[in-house]
Design a protein around this ligand. Sequence first.
Ligand code: HEM
Length: 129
Amino acid sequence: MAQQIKLFTREELKCRNTRDDAILIIHNGVYDVTKFLDEHPGGEEVLLDNAGKEATEPFEDVSHSSDARALMQKYKIGELVEADRTQTKGPYAPQWSNDQAQESGNMRAWMVPIVLAVAATILYRYLFA
Ligand code: HEM
């Protein structure tokens, strides 16, 4: 039988920010890092600073290695409920603003051949009509 994923709300996680009970929210996943505080190569301070809340941005700002990402799975205890999730594409897509910039870039890429085609049609009709 498939294992049930435990779901949490941001509200109930808010107070879990102490040395005795520390969770992090990273890419909509919930991680219990209480036992990891002592072992974190970046120190316990940064983990406690972000405990009980959204830590995706600080986590990604550090550019953690794939080893770190594999390691964090060990501490995963569940995920956020649907209503509290932030929308990202896949687990490692933190660049919301970049996504948007890229989208408008794609639009422009489409526009160029369309405008050229229309211009060519008008020119053709004008010259050969
Ligand atoms: C479950 C969550 C986390 C895990 C498993 C984890 C794991 C690791 C690991 C394995 C490293 C060593 C370097 C590497 O392999 O990338 C590291 C470094 C570091 N981490 Fe984390 N980390 C977590 C969350 C965070 C968060 C939320 C922050 C917040 C700022 C943070 C800040 C740092 C810093 C500052 C370093 C040190 C980089 C250096 O000195 O070169 N980590 N972490």
